[in-house]
Design a protein around this ligand. Structure first.
Ligand code: FE2
Length: 375
């Protein structure tokens, strides 16, 4: 962790289709990476549909030295997702998200954004930067980046998610290692792990908000203590129910700030309009004891009044004594309603109790929502 990467700027070039360009780390089908000085130093045409690209990978920071080179098909995929989800935002995303989004939209609308373009807007605003990572990174590294106002974003886009992640040692004594993706087509709207669309479209606009920016940095700082106290699961629930799936009560009505919702058109409708999930005023102690749903819509959403209040409820508190009182693991089921809850709306749990994703009656529930809200 000692290496100072605070001045490193991820760089990326977008090649024109059919252009030959120099990429010493590019590999051919069936061949391995040779490393610097080997046979791979040559001009190469990127094989469309085969791989996302290759970049230096630092196993200590888990960062790529730059974003991979994306194909036109990948940029097209981004534009599909972007145009689709952009239409969902008005009247649904919270005002601070929309403000941040407006500032960043120019860097996002024409294809997979160059992080340098995003950072040119983001860094002067709140000191945050987006940095590319090849896959989900370990918790301790993730927290360290957050604490230092670096937001790790997956470098690949869904639909071309890495089937095999190849990390090869560079030549003896030569760091860093190299990483490359093999590309496999899969379903555009089925997201197995956070990709660049979720991470950038969903998360980065909120990092433009000063209170939220401070909140996430403070969250990163708290992560180390949570690991020390063996309460990482509980601490993770705070992130899950705020940063990923949070709702906020605004003067005009309920709005979304969670990135997990804002990068999913269906959950955008479900979280706001479905009568199935509970919506409960956020209480940090309660949230830390509550299980959550990983592979389907949430059974419960927690609602905040302001990001300032959220920041105060977390950053200003000493979690040490709380961890000592917290039992290991979760106490409350995802569908629980407690006497002590401030309930915004009690859900029917119809979607959940009909089996959720893929089950006929749950899908009929979603069809009704889409019809009612014009999707
Ligand atoms: Fe996320």
């Amino acid at each position: 962790m000692a290496e100072d990467i605070s001045t490193a700027t991820p760089q990326r070039a977008i090649p024109q289709m059919g252009d030959a360009y120099f990429d010493p780390l590019l590999q051919d089908a069936g061949e391995g990476l040779e490393g610097p000085g080997g046979a791979m130093h040559r001009y190469a045409r990127r094989p469309e549909g085969f791989m996302l690209g290759a970049a230096d990978f630092d196993p200590e920071t888990w960062l790529l030295s730059r974003q991979p080179l994306y194909t036109e098909a990948e940029h097209h995929r981004w534009r599909l997702l972007f145009d689709n989800q952009r239409k969902m935002l008005p009247g649904r995303a919270c005002s601070d998200f929309l403000k941040g989004f407006a500032a960043l939209e120019g860097a996002m609308k024409d294809g997979i954004p160059d992080f340098a373009d995003l950072n040119a807007v983001l860094e002067p605003a709140t000191g945050w930067r987006v940095v590319p990572v090849p896959e989900l990174i370990p918790d301790n590294v993730f927290f360290w980046h957050l604490e230092n106002r670096r937001f790790p974003a997956g470098a690949f886009i869904r639909g071309g998610k890495p089937k095999t992640l190849k990390v090869r040692k560079a030549n003896e004594g030569a760091a860093p290692e190299h990483i490359a993706y093999s590309q496999v087509e899969d379903d555009l709207f089925y997201l197995q792990e956070p990709d660049i669309f979720h991470d950038v479209f969903g998360h980065v606009p909120m990092l433009m908000d000063p209170f939220f920016a401070d909140y996430i940095a403070a969250y990163g700082k708290g992560g180390r203590r949570a690991i020390e106290h063996n309460r990482l699961k509980n601490f993770g629930a705070i992130y899950w129910y705020t940063v990923e799936f949070g709702l906020i009560q605004e003067a005009e009505g309920l709005r979304i700030y969670g990135a997990g919702i804002l990068s999913s058109p269906d959950e955008t409708l479900f979280s706001l309009y479905s009568d199935s999930p509970h919506r409960i005023a956020l209480n940090v102690d309660r949230v830390m004891r509550t299980d959550y749903v990983i592979s389907d819509f949430q059974d419960t959403y927690f609602v905040i009044d302001s990001f300032e209040a959220l920041h105060k409820a977390t950053a200003g508190r000493d979690f040490g004594p709380i961890y000592q009182r917290l039992p290991a693991g979760f106490t409350y089921a995802t569908t629980a309603l407690l006497d002590t809850d401030t309930v915004v709306s009690a859900g029917t749990q119809e979607y959940k109790f009909n089996g959720g994703k893929g089950k006929p009656r749950a899908m009929a529930h979603m069809d009704r929502l889409r019809t009612a809200h014009g999707r």
